[in-house]
Design a protein. Structure first.
Length: 81
């Protein structure tokens, strides 16, 4: 199921744990646990959003196309060089 989750993440877009859980036929809590596991394996990383994050500061941000500033946590693939 981790591979299926990675495949969904690679497709991109704004994906919530709820939408991912629906696609994977599991619970949002299970998706959160899988995301944490993938982060521990350094396959994805958490993108920290802070109070300075707003639509006026999006230039150059790697997740600007899928970000919603009101979200508290986002994940991105940890692309290796």
């Amino acid at each position: 199921m981790l591979q299926q989750l990675l495949t969904l993440l690679q497709k991109g877009g704004s994906l919530t744990p709820v939408s991912l859980a629906r696609q994977l036929k599991t619970s949002p809590a299970m998706v959160e646990m899988m995301l944490e596991d993938l982060a521990r394996q350094k396959m994805i990383k958490t993108v920290q959003l802070d109070s300075a994050c707003s639509t006026s500061n999006c230039k150059g941000c790697p997740i600007s196309s899928s970000c919603k500033p009101q979200q508290s946590r986002m994940w991105t693939l940890d692309l290796k060089d």
